[in-house]
Design a protein around this ligand. Structure first.
Ligand SMILES: NC(=O)c1ccc[n+]([C@@H]2O[C@H](COP(=O)([O-])OP(=O)(O)OC[C@H]3O[C@@H](n4cnc5c(N)ncnc54)[C@H](OP(=O)(O)O)[C@@H]3O)[C@@H](O)[C@H]2O)c1
Length: 493
């Protein structure tokens, strides 16, 4: 048997080291810049810069490879990885990527080397494949990725940082009230400050929280006045225009999505803190990202963290055909839960069933407790975005030691609940908010990855999406409040 093969290639890239490293340190970025790579995803719930994570990808020629990140050093700009499984006969493949700044500081020396074994007689062929098909081609592809940036990857974004204010179209609220208070206006998105990313938004997620803000139910979160209109919206997807000082990991043209606790997403261009932002996998369209990010992460923390839903858990989900509801139903079903949902129409019942809701209760007047008790003897967990109108019925629908998770108030704010209301069945009550589950960039990256993985492995699928132009935000709100929508609503700037 021949000894280990060694392939060494290096080049100089016409970009500063931090720009090149921002791409290469992300172990799952290669499907965005390397042409031989088809689709790639990180297995499990690990981040794509976490040592030990495994990327699973297909090559354009149909081969499949799983590689594990072995080391990653941001100070040395160096990473090592190995193949753990492949349909190619590359054995014991270990590769190292090292970057060094070229003395003028604006260019980067990139060294890529590997050792591996091959079946006898295939040494030369596989050395050539790795050297030319992977490394040399990779150098060229990354060069093009950095040079052409936005033009290639995200039409409409500007290629170079402008550091100038940019015009933005936004939806402002000058006084609290109905959907008609959502008025399109012109504004400016200032250049990104330190730690910020400026994004040209392509799809904005509509959440029921935006309705509460517009109505003035959470005034501290959305102060409004004629002089300074409040802009609702907690999440969007789009392309990076430019980044402020101290931001690493994002380049102009990168496709990204974000969510964050300060409203302002109903607009076409926006600056947000980099820690709210995640890079989008190539397979996820902007409108799907805007429909999924906040709602998918909500479904994730509700089921896995707060509700601890598992096989056999009797789960009651209100608004089961809504944006959050459909994701919860599908994911809970995958976990093996007994899923019971409430909806207000037969058409919604059909959609909820299609997404995995096993027992659907059709009710428009919030009467469901008897049906829940009859179906399964009471719910272990209730996921409740209804609020006040379902208050007493929720208490009656819960099983002994049940957990009522009150995450929203579509029917109106919950009147205060005395602790003694819980004592009869040893119930517990939670009032969570998604932003507390993604309060660091690492948490956000991890949860977003779980949502993309759940999508890739079929645990969830995107909800039906109702699309509105940004200018028609008022219509979107009216639709959401009418109880007529199924799935998620998205605004397109
Ligand atoms: N705390 C968190 O972390 C968090 C995160 C995301 C969402 N949420 C909450 O989760 C819930 C669902 O959010 P979503 O954005 O996905 O909205 P959604 O479920 O798509 O829409 C709300 C649904 O609530 C139901 N509903 C019942 N009574 C209503 C009323 N009087 N007016 C309007 N709708 C009523 C309707 O379904 P039926 O007609 O079928 O009853 C309606 O389709 C909301 O309460 C939201 O605030 C909370």
């Amino acid at each position: 048997m021949a000894g280990l093969q060694r392939v060494v290639r290096s080049t100089v890239i016409d970009a500063p080291i931090e720009r090149v490293w921002a791409v290469l340190r992300d172990f799952n970025s290669h499907d965005q810049w390397h042409e031989v790579v088809g689709q790639s995803r990180i297995e499990g719930s690990e981040r794509s810069d976490q040592v030990g994570c495994v990327r699973s990808f297909t090559l354009r020629d149909g081969n499949r490879i799983r590689e594990q990140l072995l080391t990653l050093s941001d100070t040395e700009h160096k990473s090592t990885y190995c193949i753990v499984e492949a349909t190619l006969p590359l054995q014991r493949y270990v590769a190292t990527v090292t970057l060094k700044p070229v003395t003028d500081g604006n260019r980067t020396f990139w060294h890529w080397e590997s050792t591996f074994a091959t079946p006898p007689g295939m040494e030369r062929e596989l050395r050539d494949t790795v050297a030319q098909g992977v490394y040399e081609a990779g150098f060229e592809n990354l060069r093009r990725h950095l040079r052409l940036g936005s033009d290639q990857r995200a039409p409409g974004a500007v290629a170079m940082p402008t550091a100038m204010p940019m015009p933005t179209r936004r939806i402002g609220v000058e006084r609290y009230g109905g959907p008609e208070e959502l008025r399109p206006q012109d504004g400016e998105a200032a250049a990104p400050r330190e730690g910020e990313v400026r994004i040209r938004q392509r799809a904005v997620g509509v959440n029921f929280l935006d309705v509460y803000l517009r109505r003035g139910w959470v005034p501290q979160m959305l102060p409004v006045s004629a002089a300074s209109p409040g802009v609702p919206g907690m999440e969007a997807a789009g392309a990076v225009v430019d980044v402020g000082a101290q931001v690493s990991g994002f380049l102009p043209g990168d496709r990204v999505a974000y969510l964050g606790p300060v409203p302002g997403a109903y607009c076409s261009v926006r600056c947000v803190p980099a820690e709210w932002v995640v890079r989008l996998p190539a397979a996820i369209e902007d409108d799907v990202a805007a429909a999924l990010l906040l709602k998918g992460i909500t479904a994730d923390y509700l089921l896995h963290d707060l509700g601890r839903v598992q096989r056999g858990t009797r789960l009651l989900v209100h608004a089961a055909a809504g944006g959050v509801g459909l994701l919860v139903c599908a994911w809970a079903r995958r976990l093996g839960a007994v899923v019971i949902g409430t909806v207000s129409s037969d058409e919604k019942a059909r959609v909820a069933r299609d997404y995995g809701c096993e027992h659907v209760i059709v009710t428009r007047d919030y009467r469901f407790a008897d049906a829940v008790q009859r179906t399964c003897g009471g719910a272990d967990v209730v996921i409740d975005g209804l609020g006040d109108a379902g208050r007493e019925e929720n208490l009656a629908a819960l099983a002994r030691r049940g957990h009522w998770i009150s995450l929203g108030q579509a029917s109106g704010p919950l009147t205060p609940l005395a602790p003694d209301a819980l004592v009869a069945k040893s119930l517990s009550f939670s009032r969570p908010v998604v932003f507390d589950y993604v309060s660091t960039q690492a948490q956000l990256a991890e949860r977003a990855q779980r949502v993309w993985n759940a999508l890739a492995d079929g645990a969830i699928r995107p909800p039906p999406i109702e699309r509105f132009s940004l200018e028609s935000a008022a219509q979107a709100h009216a639709r959401l409040e009418s109880r007529g929508s199924t799935g998620a609503l998205v605004l397109l700037p």
